[in-house]
Design a protein around this ligand. Structure first.
Ligand SMILES: C[S@@+](CC[C@H](N)C(=O)[O-])C[C@H]1O[C@@H](n2cnc3c(N)ncnc32)[C@H](O)[C@@H]1O
Length: 233
């Protein structure tokens, strides 16, 4: 784990360098979230939104989604890129959010917890996420069972600290969320065929149909991430 990953100034510079590459990819988290989204979700919050592409996508689909990040530059780039939803993007530290208790039906983050080696930091973020969320909290983390992905990241990390992240086993993320949730469901995120369907069809209904039909037989060892859905009621 690289200590820079916990520094908002480092991330502001990193986003100047990386946002074009992120923007060239589909908003995978928005699609995978849509595949498992429970009925009755209206308001959504993203923590550590980075490129803000998923928040923008969810808003396009009609959800009321607020995106936050502690890197000022990330928020400024996103406001320029998506002027229609600029007022939905805010600078916020995930350990001390300005929102009132249980303001959002659902909250999520993707690739945020992987920035921290220290479980006490992760616990602070999860407690704050729980405080502002009414019904479901979603945590997407990189999958430690995928050894080929870990090798690819280790190689890239030699040149860029962005890739020096923590990977999680399914039990590890479950354990971290356990005291805050009444139930936790783990979903696979990022298989070759589903990613291709997202990339080439961009049809969320088709993607959800395919996901629900097949996700139970996906091999964890080949999935990129683990999407942990915690139930709060
Ligand atoms: C790997 S990036 C997430 C990328 C994002 N999911 C996307 O698809 O664009 C991690 C993000 O978490 C943010 N971050 C790290 N620590 C944070 C904190 N304490 N509060 C808010 N944001 C934080 C970083 O600024 C960075 O944008």
């Amino acid at each position: 784990m690289h200590e820079d990953l916990a520094n908002p100034h480092w991330w502001s510079n990193a986003w100047l360098k990386h946002y074009r590459r992120y923007m060239s990819q589909p908003s995978y988290q928005a699609y995978y979230l849509y595949c498992v989204l429970p009925k009755g979700v209206g308001t959504i919050l993203e923590l550590g939104a980075g490129s803000f592409r998923d928040v923008a996508q969810l808003n396009k689909w009609g959800y009321h989604c607020i995106g936050t990040d502690f890197a000022t530059q990330a928020v400024e780039i996103a406001r320029k890129l998506y002027p229609r939803w600029a007022q939905c993007f805010q600078v916020e530290d995930a350990t001390a959010l300005s929102f009132g208790s249980e303001m959002f039906d659902l909250s999520y983050h993707n690739g945020l917890l992987v920035c921290f080696n220290d479980n006490s930091m992760i616990e602070r973020i999860l407690q704050e996420q729980r405080r502002v969320t009414r019904r479901w909290m979603v945590c997407t983390v990189h999958n430690a069972l995928n050894s080929s992905l870990k090798c690819q990241f280790a190689e890239k990390a030699k040149h860029d600290p962005l890739y020096q992240i923590r990977f999680f086993e399914p039990d590890e993320i479950t354990e971290l969320m356990r005291s805050l949730c009444s139930r936790i469901d783990l979903y696979p995120f990022g298989s070759l065929w589903c990613n291709r369907l997202i990339k080439y069809s961009r049809n969320r209904f088709l993607v959800r149909w395919y996901y629900r039909l097949t996700y139970r037989i996906w091999q964890w060892e080949t999935c990129e991430r683990i999407m942990a859905v915690g139930w709060l009621e």
